[in-house]
Design a protein around this ligand. Structure first.
Ligand code: WQD
Length: 360
């Protein structure tokens, strides 16, 4: 069976994607430097996948590697070849993802998110592995008045984080000689099969309660912060502005269940394996906008807890509305988000309660 290298595999979206890869029969190579996650997540992946020890040793390989270390990447690919396990494709999640941190540490973000990615592509090319799924982001679009957002809309990131994602997308276009935005065929001698998946706002957790987002330190994003207020870890939620031009004045986002996102990666992999050389660029969202106040209300209904909040100043770099047009993911992958805000809150809360019960 195929071996899929998952970089950043113990991160939020990576770990949930590993569950579905194992369930679909793929073998996985877990690559992580554990800078924003824990090796304990591997135990959770195994627990949710219900693998016995024989299957674990046969189907999962783990490498603690920083993608900025080109030699380590090369040694890993080489050791897989020596044990007659060719890596057939790579899903690349490893990277830094905080908008706020990227403003403080642009060098670190460019080194990891761009140079690290270039190291990975160069290593893949030297081992003739040319099927690649890139974890990109809706932050490449920047402020836009056009809602819902299409893949062909203006790329204008307004943070170093967004710039690194857009730049690495451009790098992928350059190595494959591709210029179109949505789907473009590549000269067969280039052989690359690439997907650039632009996530909107990933939230929620695996329904078992044994896997979920495990941010190190204070979360930056709304969903984990609401969960922390609900669980009593945090006293109050700050709402960054209630004077936005939106339905209730608070920010509107396209929240997508992490399992819907994981499913889209499996479908993308299957699609690339049977396609001619190409680059496919797709928005992954639900096409539905939810405001901060609406998310709070849903969380309160699903948990039976109150979410105390106060209105604060707008956060620098925030947009009023960000909603995907996901029509092309339906067209090219036959993928459509299945879960709504209620399931996202229910599953996210179950994971938060499980963390408290198991002292995670
Ligand atoms: C959502 C809404 C805030 C926190 C981020 C990053 C990027 C991307 C998606 C990967 C906004 C409001 C938030 C709080 C609040 N992920 N908010 N109080 O900024 O849309 O996108 O996640 O690429 O990491 O761009 O997500 O969850 O931070 O904010 O009022 O304490 O919640 O103003 O309207 P964002 P978010």
């Amino acid at each position: 069976m195929y071996w899929i290298l998952v970089t950043g595999a113990t991160g939020y979206i990576g770990s949930h994607t590993c569950i579905l890869l194992l369930k679909s029969g793929y073998n996985i190579v877990i690559l992580d430097n554990f800078s924003n996650s824990s090796p304990k997540v591997i135990d959770n992946i195994i627990k949710v996948s219900n693998l016995n020890s024989k299957e674990i040793s046969r189907r999962i390989k783990v490498f603690e590697i920083d993608i900025c270390n080109h030699n380590s990447l090369d040694n890993m690919f080489s050791s897989m070849i020596k044990s007659r396990k060719k890596i057939n494709a790579v899903i690349h999640f490893a990277g830094l993802k905080s908008v706020a941190d990227s403003v403080e540490q642009p060098y670190k973000y460019w080194e990891t998110n761009v140079l690290g990615g270039i190291n990975l592509i160069q290593t893949m090319e030297s081992y003739n592995c040319k099927t690649f799924v890139f974890s990109s982001s809706a932050t490449v679009y920047g402020p836009t008045s056009k809602i819902p957002i299409k893949e062909s809309d203006l790329i204008k990131p307004c943070s170093p984080y967004g710039s690194t994602k857009a730049s690495f997308e451009n790098f992928l276009a350059d190595i494959s000689g591709c210029t179109e935005t949505l789907k473009c065929s590549i000269p067969s001698n280039k052989e690359w099969r690439i997907a650039r998946l632009r996530y909107f706002n990933p939230v929620g957790a695996h329904s078992s309660g044994n896997l979920g987002e495990l941010p190190k330190g204070k979360p930056n994003n709304l969903f984990p912060l609401i969960a922390e207020v609900c669980s009593g870890e945090r006293e109050i939620l700050e709402i960054f502005g209630n004077d936005w031009p939106t339905k209730d004045g608070t920010g509107v986002r396209d929240y997508i269940h992490v399992m819907d996102l994981a499913e889209a990666h499996l479908l993308t992999l299957s699609k690339l394996f049977i396609s001619d050389p190409q680059i496919l660029t797709l928005n992954l969202g639900t096409g539905i906008g939810t405001s901060v106040l609406e998310l709070i209300k849903t969380f309160e209904l699903e948990t039976g807890r109150k979410v105390p909040y106060k209105i604060s100043e707008r956060r620098r770099g925030d947009l009023s509305i960000s909603i995907a047009d996901p029509i092309n993911a339906l067209k090219y992958l036959n993928w459509k988000a299945k879960f709504g805000i209620k399931e996202m809150c229910r599953d996210g809360w179950r994971w938060k309660q499980s963390q408290a019960q198991n002292n995670i």
